[in-house]
Unconditional design. Structure first.
Ligand code: FES
Length: 156
């Protein structure tokens, strides 16, 4: 893992605080999230305090600081989904899984990401779990959907 991080950092050696974004994006693309190790290695390599790196990364919603769950749940909160109960879908998912947006359950099974329009507004509200889309769902549908994910993971 450290080698991969160092290779990416080497491509961005002239980066300063104001131009950190492409480096952070490349690391997240490679690792799936910004690990503490990655932040520390950037800090040492570029001689930037970790607080400044976290300051930049936390300013943008796109960055994660935990690995994604086995089932990564994207919940649309674009305008159409918002109007059609998107907020309640988010609340119910967070309640059922006992995590907030950007977090992963302790067992590594689920993670939640709030996204903007997923391009299916007419079928809102929309969520996606890994590559599977669920349209027109109600908050009360989530429990069963999550249980099916768990059942499928143990059946494999
Ligand atoms: S707003 Fe949710 S799919 Fe467009």
């Amino acid at each position: 893992m450290a080698d991969k991080i160092d290779i990416i950092i080497k491509k961005h050696l002239n980066v300063q605080r104001d131009t950190l974004l492409p480096l952070l994006q490349d690391i997240q693309t490679e690792l799936g999230y910004l690990s503490e190790e990655a932040i520390n290695r950037i800090s040492v390599s570029l001689n930037l305090p970790t607080s400044k790196i976290y300051g930049v990364a936390t300013f943008y919603d796109q960055f994660r600081f935990e690995p994604q769950g086995r089932f990564h749940i994207q919940i649309c909160h674009g305008t159409a989904c918002h109007i059609n109960n998107g907020g309640r879908i988010i609340q119910e998912a967070e309640r059922l899984l006992k995590i907030k947006e950007g977090q992963t359950t302790r067992d590594g099974m689920f993670s939640i990401e709030i996204v903007n329009c997923m391009g299916a507004c007419g079928l809102s509200p929309v969520i996606a779990i890994n590559d599977k889309y669920y349209h027109g769902i109600e908050p009360g549908d989530l429990k069963e959907i999550f249980e099916k994910c768990k059942d499928n993971s143990t059946a494999v």
